[in-house]
Design a protein around this ligand. Structure first.
Ligand SMILES: [Zn+2]
Length: 465
């Protein structure tokens, strides 16, 4: 109402500005809430919780102190982990219990950052030129800070959700390893984080040239299988070569792999993705891909590695070794083949397909480690509708796009455990300037506060009818 009054006294050319200001005001929370989110964010960023170099326990403890100060009882705060340095925090905000809980997840470890590589101290929150700089500003301490700040605000307001809201800030997402908090919690304290579904990192807003394009929701992710190929041979002197040569067997198999492509297909998630991208990019071929056209898939896969990877399982040679002397026939030739597998393709299918492609009994194909295949989360209409309607309210014209990611997040552990997980943040990043894991990682200041407001409303709408 106050803004309408402004219109009357302002000269006409300022009217659009006044409208813009009024709209912008609606996309962030009131100042005291922004200040709290920023203070928690700063505190988290300034604790070095590098995956190998820094503990997560101080971050978890800082969050616990904030919650206690806001009146959360100790009985609702859990602090522990697979290792004393790698603690997690789980806090429960009680609802009426009409529905199963909602889990809000974020990891509090970060990728290493060296002062020498950066133009500023990566463990000081620097605000300049409209950006927050620091390790973890994007991945993943913004979401961690916002979950805590918003939970404190719900309590302050006396918001009564119809389900418990659980926030879990966890250790060691980056690089996995023995202290992964989500894996540890599922194994040891499943009751603490058991939920109907979860929200996590993995999806964010994409903008290009300052224009917001899409708000991505990560629904599924590819999983990894690493194969070791080995060819053994009795060897001999290189002056008496024979046709049966370990290196040639391996090279032949890899050459056949280089010419092979797994069948292209879409599933529920990727066809929804291509349908939305067709609208954003004004590209008919993408719509045909969503309809299942093989010809369109061939063209689209050839146009971008990203789209190729979205349409099929991919396997590529990444490491090579072989031979032991310049003048000896090789006794061993070996290679690593790294596969990024569609959620619908099984380990057995990928292995047997590769064996057919290699078409050589001399090439032994072994799986390295244990692939962990998670199912896709179902395309839950409640989650997708809530994200879509909020997105169009906050950023008119911006599409909500379900995505499958080629990398992996902690969402995998939840999906395997039967808790569907959705990557959604509402933080917008320039799609050509993603600095997660890199130098001078940053987050737009406006993007941070808009994401806070977006997640505040999203969680409320998913926990009240
Ligand atoms: Zn992350």
């Amino acid at each position: 109402m106050q803004n309408l009054r402004l219109l009357k006294v302002f000269p006409l050319f300022l009217v659009p500005f006044a409208f813009a200001a009024a709209l912008a005001a609606q996309t962030t929370r009131p100042q005291p809430e922004k200040d709290l989110a920023r203070a928690i964010y700063k505190e988290f960023i300034e604790i070095n919780s590098g995956f190998t170099s820094g503990p997560t326990t101080p971050v978890a403890e800082a969050a616990a102190a904030r919650l206690r100060a806001a009146g959360f009882p100790d009985s609702d705060i859990f602090l522990d982990g697979a290792n004393p340095r790698k603690k997690n925090i789980v806090v429960r905000y009680h609802g009426t219990g009409a529905r199963k809980p909602l889990l809000l997840l974020a990891h509090i470890d970060v990728v290493e950052a060296l002062r020498a590589d950066w133009t500023m101290d990566p463990f000081t929150l620097n605000e300049r030129d409209g950006y927050f700089y620091g390790r973890g500003t994007g991945d993943d301490k913004a979401q961690a800070a916002v979950w805590i700040a918003n939970l404190i605000q719900y309590k302050k307001e006396g918001f009564k959700p119809d389900r418990d809201i659980i926030v879990a800030l966890t250790a060691d997402e980056e690089g996995g390893g023995p202290f992964n908090g989500v894996e540890w919690l599922i194994k040891n304290h499943r009751d603490l984080i058991d939920a109907e579904f979860a929200l996590n990192e993995g999806g964010w807003g994409e903008s290009a040239n300052g224009k917001r394009l899409s708000n991505d929701v990560q629904v599924s992710e590819k999983y990894v299988i690493n194969f070791r190929l080995e060819v053994h041979n009795k060897g001999g002197h290189s002056s008496l070569p024979v046709a049966d040569n370990a290196i040639y067997h391996l090279a032949g198999a890899l050459d056949r792999l280089s010419k092979f492509g797994f069948p292209m297909k879409t599933d529920e998630v990727t066809s929804a993705y291509f349908r939305q991208m067709a609208k954003i990019e004004h590209n008919d071929d993408l719509a045909k891909v969503a309809d299942g056209s093989q010809e369109a898939m061939t063209r689209v896969a050839a146009a971008a590695a990203q789209w190729n990877a979205g349409l099929r399982t991919t396997c590529v040679a990444t490491q090579l070794e072989g031979g032991h002397a310049v003048n000896a026939l090789p006794q061993l030739a070996a290679a690593t083949v790294n596969c990024r597998v569609l959620p619908g393709d099984s380990v057995e299918y990928v292995q047997s397909t590769l064996q057919k492609v290699f078409a050589d009994d001399k090439v032994e194909v072994k799986i390295m480690g244990e692939p962990s295949k998670g199912p896709a989360s179902p395309m839950r209409p409640d989650v997708l509708n809530a994200v879509t309607s909020l997105t169009s309210k906050m950023w008119p014209g911006v599409a909500t796009v379900p995505i499958m990611v080629m990398g992996a997040t902690d969402g995998k552990y939840l999906r395997i455990a039967g808790i569907p997980c959705y990557g959604v943040q509402g933080f917008f990043f320039d799609r050509d300037d993603i600095r997660f894991h890199g130098r001078d990682e940053r987050m737009g200041v406006d993007a941070f506060y808009e994401g806070q407001a977006f997640l505040y409303d999203l969680v409320k709408s998913l926990s009240s009818k």
